[in-house]
Structure formats: structure tokens, C-alpha cells
Ligand binder design. Sequence first.
Ligand SMILES: C[S@@+](CC[C@H](N)C(=O)[O-])C[C@H]1O[C@@H](n2cnc3c(N)ncnc32)[C@H](O)[C@@H]1O
Ligand SMILES: Nc1nc2[nH]cc(C(=O)O)c2c(=O)[nH]1
Ligand code: SF4
Ligand SMILES: [Mg+2]
Length: 193
Amino acid sequence: MEAFYTIQGEGFHSGRAAYFIRLGGCDVGCHWCDVKESWNAEDHPLATVEEIVNLAAAHPAKVVVITGGEPLMYNLKLLTQKLHEKGIQTFIETSGAYPLSGEWDWICLSPKKFKAPQESVMPHVSELKVVIFNKSDFEWAEQFAEKLDPKARLYLQPEWSKADQVTPLIVEYVKNNPKWQISVQTHKYMNIP
Ligand SMILES: C[S@@+](CC[C@H](N)C(=O)[O-])C[C@H]1O[C@@H](n2cnc3c(N)ncnc32)[C@H](O)[C@@H]1O
Ligand SMILES: Nc1nc2[nH]cc(C(=O)O)c2c(=O)[nH]1
Ligand code: SF4
Ligand SMILES: [Mg+2]
């Protein structure tokens, strides 16, 4: 769909420069999705793996974040192999709704109620990032924390349109349950992509 060089705004790598590759296509259907224009893959131009990788390699940070849309709707083996051949680290943002493919240095799982993540993804998760839309989402988040490698980092992220209401709830929750950390979408406050 698009690619852009920016600062990772969310989660464990927040604040780091990274080249984002956003793949078009998603059928998960989150009603609060902040990139609904990504859902229909046919709305977006095709690019070859070689073109995508060469543009990525032309940027100073040797870190690529592959996102979408839902990137795991595609087999990502070739794209991630070619990025690795150029010495670029590969990070993914995924709902986990499709089987894992590709070679990854960091996997951020953001599970969704609207289409459950695949159990086979769980052992590979580096970071769990649950979007909090209302207070029932805390209990829902805990069920995923239990399925992961104990070293996985745990984040709760306010849903953007509800941030004023849910951020105070997340702050209290993290104070009482310190295995979790808060992730805010810092790029939106900075007005960067
Ligand atoms: C747009 S999604 C694309 C990748 C993948 N489909 C997924 O959902 O993980 C990238 C990240 O943004 C988060 N996100 C999307 N809409 C959001 C919103 N309105 N508020 C907070 N986070 C949101 C998702 O949960 C995910 O962690
Ligand atoms: N700056 C910035 N950081 C991000 N982290 C995850 C994003 C995404 O949409 O996957 C995102 C994004 O869209 N922009
Ligand atoms: S899975 Fe990700 S891209 Fe798809 S609708 Fe949900 S937030 Fe948007
Ligand atoms: Mg985003």
C-alpha cells in the first residue's frame, strides 16, 4: 500500500527510526481500525519484492517494520529473506489471524476479538500489544499473556478515539499489574506518519 521512513511510535521499539512497509489487504474488521483504507488490497499499487527491498535499503536505519493491513495474509518468506540479505532487521506488526511466514527479528502480536489469532503464532511472539477499547478488554488481554514465552513483553495500548477515557484505567491497571506496560501511539502526538 505504502512505505515510509519514520519513528516507531508504539511498543517496545518506540522512539527508534524504522522504515515501514504497509501491505494492503485485511479482513479482520476492527471497527476502530486507524488504517481502514488498507483493507482492500486492490485499491493499492503492486510493487516487486526487489523494488520494496531496494527502497528500504536506501534509508539509514537498518530496521524494517512490516505492517498493514494484515501482513500475514501473504507469504512473507521471500521479502524477509531479501531484507536479511541486505543486513536489515525484520519486525512485524500482526493480528496473528493467519499462519506465520517469514524470518523475523521481532514479532509484535496485537490480537483481535473480531478474528482470533492462530495458536501456532504464540510461541514466536516477542511483544504482545493489546488495544484497550473498554474495561472488559483487560481480562481478555490476560488470556493471551498466559500463552506466550515468559520473556515476551506485555503492552496495553489505548484505542485512539477512546484514549481520554481508557488511559486512566490503563494507568491504574499497570500500577496494580506491573508485568504490563503502557504503549501510547506517540507518532500521533508528534504528528508524524
Ligand atoms: C493498523 S494495525 C496493522 C497490523 C495488523 N493488522 C494488526 O492489527 O496488528 C497496526 C497496529 O495498530 C493498532 N491499532 C489500529 N487501530 C488502532 C487504534 N484506533 N487505536 C490504537 N491502536 C490501533 C493495531 O492493534 C496494531 O497493533
Ligand atoms: N510511527 C508509526 N509507528 C507505528 N507502529 C505501528 C504502526 C502500524 O500502523 O503498524 C505505526 C505507524 O503507522 N506509525
Ligand atoms: S487487524 Fe489490523 S489492519 Fe486489520 S482491521 Fe484490525 S487493526 Fe486494522
Ligand atoms: Mg499505525
